[in-house]
Design a protein. Sequence first.
Lengths: 445, 167
Amino acid sequence: MGRKLLLEHANVPGIETHEVYRKMGGYRSVEKALKTMSPDDVVAEVQKSGLRGRGGAGFPTGMKWSFLAKPDGVPRYLLCNADESEPGTFKDRYLMEKIPHLLIEGMIVSSYALGANQSYIYIRGEYMWILEILEKAIAEAYANGWLGKNILGSGYDLDLRVAPGGGAYICGEETALIESLEGKRGNPRIKPPFPAVKGLWGCPTVVNNVESLAAVVPIINDGAEEYAKIGVGKSTGTKLISACGNLVKPGVYEIELGMSVEEFIYSDEWCGGIANGKKLKACVPGGSSVPILPAHLVTRTATGEERMMSYEGLAEGGFATGSMLGSGGFIVFDEDQCIVRNTWNFARFYAHESCGQCSPCREGTGWMERVLHRIENGKGNMRDIDLLADINKKIEGNTICPLGDAAAWPVAAAIRHFREEFEWHITNPQEAVTRNYGLLKETAL
Amino acid sequence: MFSPEKLAEVQALMNQYPEGKHKSALIRILHIAEAEFGGWLSPQTMDYVAELLNIQPIEVYEVATFYTMFNIQPVGKFVFEVCRTGPCMLVGSDQIIDYIGEKLNIQVGETTADGMFTLKTAECLGACGYGPMLQCGKQYHEHLTKEKVDALIASCRAGEASPNTQN
């Protein structure tokens, strides 16, 4: 097992309390930052660490921070995106449930770096019990002087609150999140202006994922250089992976970026292989939006090299033969799973979650869902496959926010890699509704 | 009308936001109102919330109808929201949905005649590694089997499980 920077103490009894968390070295980074570093020093340290956004896009966190506008007399805000809703992703939940003070600590240091005196955690409404865990921990942080006025006598003030959503995937998109936090429908905003210039209530705002903010703690504690020693290339540090689907041991794992996919799936230390003694058929390695990979491209790249769990490793081969690390929602399919059914299921998800603002997404996601539904139910036509590709192209890149792309990519990738299975559903309608295509293609290879 | 205690809670939530930005508390207040007033947001409830926040009723309606967690029709005492998205489907959520429907003799979206149970499906609830699962009130019920569903329904009937309250 590799180094654990975030979850090292996650299973210490009582770690959710301030007392135990502090005893295990908690809040050291607040002391270090507020007493020995300027806000700009903290930003520089995070930039140097190479930390990339852990919510899915992988944008360098320090760079995002450096874009924050700082006009005089205008408040700035830090928002934590805890709207975790990407199918396959349940890592932020684990972190907040187990070790809530780590997020709070990361938010204090990050808010200090950005000059924010008011920060909010926006959490998905279904996680109401985690909201309560966070509020309890926040109350403890206030009581122990980590939040409030003049923290550690530094002259720095910070208030931190939690706000719930109401069950809308789109609110994980940062401008939709801001709209929602303003008490409105979660309709994404047109960018520019970016939140760094005009965000919450029109003020400069940074929105970061839970895990990104938590990672600031070890970066400040141990220094950017130590952090960047872990990982490979531009994928530095550790990453939480939420593994699910047909695995022996699904769950949340903290990996050092750069470990091999094969080891992650099959080693007993990690996921323990495919459940029920079955064979691997496919994997969606970074949440439902990223391209699906057929078995032969999961553990190896198209050129036969070992595939690595890193931003670059999972993207190796581009969209033709690769995928993305995304949010770390690692979904594994065994040989009995139907790719057409799963593609339809994901299409239904996006059709359900489209906010309805942009026509290509509002209409296109519904069309894809209906076309896939009829193929899955043995009523498809060969032209449907090209029709799907056509709808895809009309959505991709033509919407205000990335939900359109997120809906289009999984369909395009499924057809790219599993076209025979779609065709089989169409040419064998009776069988398609009673039997599984299984591994026909894989075994023929 | 909220009780004086609830009203104080709502006021405190509004105060978490800067002067004039108290509309930000709307979603959270709707969760509380839903739990307090029978598990759903009637037009009267929404108008009341609008009045509390000093905003137009339409500002409440548009939010209540956008977010799928809010029930804008009456529901049963216990609402089962079963996750139906990919990762849960891979481990048998379709079968669990069918089983609950059979057991309660209702279709998805319906409420039992005695007003006890409503069966709904939900998109990904963030429990992908622990499926199949359902949410009832605040509680997640994970790694579901037919036996666990039976036990849950029995405990709801016996009044042991907490009803559909988010707050």
